[in-house]
Ligand binder design. Structure first.
Ligand code: SF4
Ligand code: SF4
Ligand code: SF4
Length: 297
């Protein structure tokens, strides 16, 4: 059995210990954290940034066919729905920007940007969100306590709550991190608007495209090379990035933007999160017992 120390009170706890003291709720954060990332830890070795898994989206090549959306739905078993934004069942969506006078238009693929220093990860008190050492930002539903801090922390508005579940879950693109062929969306794109590869090589490719066609692209800039501390989802566009909904973040890492908001609550949060995780784990444990009993009779 693994034992971890609570980051709040320093007590050594195991998950079993926690279940005994669940009513007290003070060590909920530690217990939820100690269950986190066990299956993911082995891939969290930390490759150099230029070797991180990444995707380049060239908006100037995209025709808005939405085949990437369909491929994502199919590969992730997501239900069809009529929405105009990311949701618990829509991990990626193509939107079109058209200028008021109709002379300018551009597509944008919305999805998780797989930030180099993700604010969702920094804001999560129980490490339910993890930045893998090779780039993707992934989620462990067994650890999540549903506080939704990540939703407030993400400057791109990516994490969504899936209310269709008995225990609502945070849902988002995980860069198809465990798919041997790479992301389903990139594999499907008929125009080569989505290219999967190593971050360093994709940035180089993007810069070569700009150099070959400087008038085609907005500025001499690849969105995500530095923005918000960098991302693994890189974007080229013919219009200013703000016009296709990308926030002007500067080059500072994202957690530095959200530090103030997340640093004022730990005392209060420790109690609330502990209580929430206590209730969550106890209820889940009871359900697991019920399932186990049902399966053996
Ligand atoms: S885009 Fe949002 S959800 Fe995705 S890694 Fe960055 S902060 Fe996290
Ligand atoms: S990388 Fe995978 S999960 Fe993410 S948008 Fe593409 S298909 Fe969907
Ligand atoms: S499949 Fe490719 S071309 Fe079609 S909407 Fe998606 S990114 Fe654009």
């Amino acid at each position: 059995m693994n034992n971890n120390s609570c980051q709040t009170c320093g007590t050594d706890v195991s998950r079993r210990d926690f279940l005994k003291i669940a009513g007290a709720s003070t060590c909920g954060i530690a217990v939820a954290a100690l269950t986190s990332g066990e299956a993911l830890a082995s891939s969290n070795e930390g490759l150099p940034l230029e070797e991180h898994k990444a995707m380049l989206y060239d908006s100037t090549v995209c025709i808005g066919c939405k085949q990437c959306e369909a491929a994502c739905k199919l590969d992730n078993n997501l239900a069809e729905e009529d929405v105009n934004d990311l949701s618990g069942n829509t991990f990626t969506i193509i939107k079109e920007y058209i200028s008021e006078d109709g002379t300018e238009s551009a597509f944008r693929k919305y999805q998780c940007m797989h930030c180099v220093e993700p604010s969702c990860v920094a804001s999560c008190p129980v490490a339910a969100l993890t930045k893998l050492g090779d780039g993707p930002v992934v989620y462990d539903e067994d650890v999540c306590i549903g506080c939704r801090y990540c939703m407030q922390a993400c400057p791109y508005g990516v994490p969504a709550y899936d209310w269709s579940q008995a225990y609502p879950l945070i849902r988002k693109c995980d860069l198809c991190y465990d798919r041997p062929e790479g992301p389903a969306c990139a594999e499907t794109c008929p125009k080569g608007a989505l290219i999967y590869g190593k971050r360093g090589e994709l940035i180089q490719m993007a810069k070569e495209r700009i150099a070959l066609n400087p008038d085609k692209y907005y500025e001499n800039r690849v969105f995500g090379e530095h923005d918000g501390g960098g991302t693994s989802f890189l974007i080229l566009a013919a219009v200013p990035f703000e016009k296709i909904g990308l926030p002007p973040l500067g080059n500072e890492s994202l957690p530095s933007h959200t530090h103030t908001a997340t640093s004022v609550v730990p005392g209060l949060f420790a109690g609330v999160a502990g209580l929430m995780s206590s209730i969550y784990i106890r209820t889940k444990d009871n359900e697991d017992d019920d399932l186990h009993e049902g399966g053996t009779t």
